[in-house]
Design a protein around this ligand. Structure first.
Ligand SMILES: [Zn+2]
Ligand SMILES: [Zn+2]
Length: 383
């Protein structure tokens, strides 16, 4: 009897503001879009301007809300902050303070009950349902740094009015330029919100479910090119959860990450500085640690009869390679330090670095061969 009473008391509290806003515009879209398309074919100009607004919104969320404010991966000039906050507000994803608070909770408690949009509760929970529930208790400590930022505070205090204002300005501008109010309301408002929101939400849902884990296997975040493509570069989420303070998500030059290019470009013209990035030797060490776990898990899952022997082979390359990477990192750091002062030790250090480079290349080639061999092994069962 008492447990029935307490379970009814523990009823889920709902966030009616979010339910009305998100539910409301989805219903409006489902009704308005088909009717609009029956009577009109949207012009290329309308599609183009909306695409531009979508790009600005997504870039402001990734470059501003996420990498500048939530993770502080670089510093930006106030003019950049103004632009990011304008288009971030237009994206209608809440104030940067609230967004960063939830996102920092997500990183801190990933895959646990305390993660506001954790995937253990399923795709739809991380994608949208979490926003229908009352928010997690506010932890002031988590955003103390952002509370000192006047622009952030201003946006947080007046978020609702600013959200209406930015959307009004954007829709009004499109309507005035094209002399098409209905098109602006349906395409530049409703369709834009739908695309921007679902693309962002895929990072909380699909980017923790569908893809590869080259950098760390301990948590659910994955790398996925398709998601990077539709989210201005946020799809390399496994890398991001491993090196969250790096301004890049797609760490390799060929990985599609427009936010990374934009931050780099801003740093070249004096609009951004102090770009943080993980050093390549630490990244490589993470890569081989994840490879090692992948191989050992594979051996265990296929119940290979020689798994003890093969596991020994894995450790025989892994341990020295890992140590050499640490050794190269410390030697390089020492070399750089002494180079400024000038020292007799420099020649010896240079030689050591050269040897380590050569040895690491050999070990890496061997490691790759071993990976190919192990991951191709088929299941074996004892008789
Ligand atoms: Zn995540
Ligand atoms: Zn993050």
């Amino acid at each position: 009897m008492s447990s029935a009473k307490s379970s009814s008391k523990e009823r889920i509290q709902l966030d009616w503001g979010n339910i009305s806003l998100l539910g409301g515009y989805h219903i409006a879209l489902v009704i308005a879009l088909p009717i609009y398309l029956i009577y009109t074919v949207p012009s290329w100009a309308l599609i183009g301007l909306t695409a531009l607004l979508i790009a600005f919104c997504l870039l402001s969320i990734t470059t501003g809300y996420h990498r500048l404010y939530s993770h502080k991966t670089y510093n930006a000039r106030p003019v950049v902050e103004w632009i990011m906050l304008f288009f971030g507000t237009l994206a209608t994803e809440g104030s940067v303070l609230k967004w960063s608070h939830d996102h920092r909770l997500h990183h801190k408690h990933v895959d646990t009950d305390r993660d506001p949009y954790g995937t253990p509760k399923g795709f739809w929970h991380s994608h949208i349902i979490w926003m229908f529930k009352a928010p997690a208790p506010w932890n002031e400590q988590l955003v103390r740094d952002l509370n000192r930022n006047r622009l952030v505070q201003f946006q947080h205090r007046h978020y609702e009015i600013l959200m209406l204002l930015t959307n009004g300005i954007a829709v009004g501008a499109v309507a005035l330029i094209l002399n098409d109010l209905v098109g602006a309301l349906v395409i530049s408002l409703l369709v834009r919100l739908f695309i921007v929101h679902h693309c962002t939400w895929f990072i909380n849902s699909l980017a923790h479910m569908w893809g590869s884990k080259p950098y760390s296997t301990e948590q659910s975040a994955v790398n996925n090119f398709f998601l990077a493509f539709i989210t201005a570069g946020e799809g390399y989420h496994n890398y991001h959860h491993t090196f969250a303070s790096d301004y890049r998500n797609g760490v390799r030059w060929y990985q599609f990450d427009p936010a990374k290019y934009l931050i780099w470009f801003m740093s070249k013209i004096g609009l951004a500085k102090n770009l943080k990035q993980a050093d390549r030797l630490t990244i490589k060490r993470n890569l081989i640690s994840a490879d090692r776990k992948l191989m050992l898990t594979h051996l265990e899952s296929i119940r290979h009869l020689d798994r003890a022997q093969i596991a020994e082979m894995i450790e025989r390359i892994f341990e020295p390679l890992s140590n050499k990477l640490v050794g190269l990192k410390t030697t390089t750091e020492r070399y750089r330090k002494l180079k400024k002062a000038g020292s007799d030790e420099l020649a010896a250090l240079k030689l050591r670095m050269h040897e380590l480079h050569r040895s690491i290349s050999q070990d890496t080639a061997e490691w790759k061969q071993l990976m190919q061999f192990v991951l191709k092994l088929k299941p074996q069962f004892a008789l």
